[in-house]
Design a binder for this molecule. Structure first.
Ligand SMILES: [Zn+2]
Length: 296
């Protein structure tokens, strides 16, 4: 273990694996000084997402070991100081998508692949998380798992590939904390739609404030509702006896407070009313600039 800026103390950790061969194991350690940044603003992140071009690799190598960082996969690292596991998730390179597919999984094409876009936020993702039946339930934070964010298509095809950005997960956790601070208990925030492949998005874009270029394609948007009673629909968050867009506005209000506190997590919120196929929900993203739409 080599000390470096920001790394003050190291604690022993045990590395297990998820969805990779038994032979790929390593010993590792989680320095306490890094815990805050690894756990995000919410303190509730349980995964470190490492794109192929990650600049922090120097630090991460010291944390997790060279072999884990160079072998794309989902690894479970036991942080004995916190008494819980943290997932190290190393992504596959965007270039591994050949044509519109990676492996047998169809993704389609990002607009940035075909033409130069002015906004860098609308280029293409840095990499893909390979999700298997074995690693799909890996927690990325206290309330969320990899499987929550998968595109809802190609049911029999594995591995699936996922684009997910940590700031989105961090923001959703902060929204949960804010709801609870306001007296709305949250046992389950349901992600109705997280990542959407460009192919899927082209077929099923949301209306109202939508364009063909959706933040869902970039892993930094989620359509969510609170479902503590497990009936698959939004709960009566504002306790007015009805379940409608006003309950989604309760989520919007929480996001407003989170964005006031954490300006770097600013983004879009859309409030959606119920239709025949779904209950009310809120779209939340971390696009980097403020946007609002729907019934506000
Ligand atoms: Zn959305």
């Amino acid at each position: 273990m080599v000390a470096s800026a920001g790394l003050l103390a190291a604690v022993p950790a045990r590395v297990a694996h998820a969805g990779i061969p038994d032979s790929v194991r390593a010993s590792s350690a989680l320095p306490k000084a890094e815990d805050d940044s690894l756990r995000g603003r919410s303190g509730k992140l349980r995964a470190v997402l490492v794109p192929p071009s990650e600049r922090r690799v120097g630090i991460l190598e010291r944390l997790f070991g060279d072999s884990l960082l160079r072998t794309p996969g989902v690894y479970s690292v036991m942080d004995s100081s916190a008494g819980m596991s943290v997932a190290l998730i190393t992504m596959r390179a965007f270039a591994e998508k050949l044509g519109g597919k990676i492996g047998a999984y169809r993704m389609g094409f990002w607009p940035g692949e075909r033409k130069k876009l002015l906004a860098t936020a609308y280029a293409y993702p840095e990499g893909f998380i390979e999700v298997t039946p074995e690693n799909a339930e890996t927690h990325v934070s206290e309330h969320f798992r990899l499987s929550d964010f998968l595109t809802h298509d190609q049911e029999g095809v594995w591995p699936k590939y996922l684009v997910l950005r940590a700031p989105l997960v961090d923001k959703l956790e902060l929204v949960i904390s804010q709801l609870e601070a306001r007296g709305t208990p949250v046992r389950h925030m349901s992600v109705m739609s997280g990542f959407r492949t460009p192919q899927y998005n082209a077929r099923s874009g949301e209306r109202g404030g939508r364009s063909k270029v959706s933040r869902h394609m970039y892993g930094d948007a989620a359509d969510v509702f609170i479902d503590n009673d497990g009936d698959g629909r939004m709960d009566d968050l504002n306790r007015d006896g009805r379940i409608d867009y006003r309950d989604a506005q309760v989520i919007l209000d929480a996001v407003e407070q989170v964005e006031r506190t954490y300006g770097d997590l600013v983004g879009g919120v859309g409030v959606y009313r119920a239709t025949r196929s779904h209950g009310p929900f809120a779209h939340v993203d971390v696009r980097g600039s403020r946007a609002r739409w729907g019934r506000l």
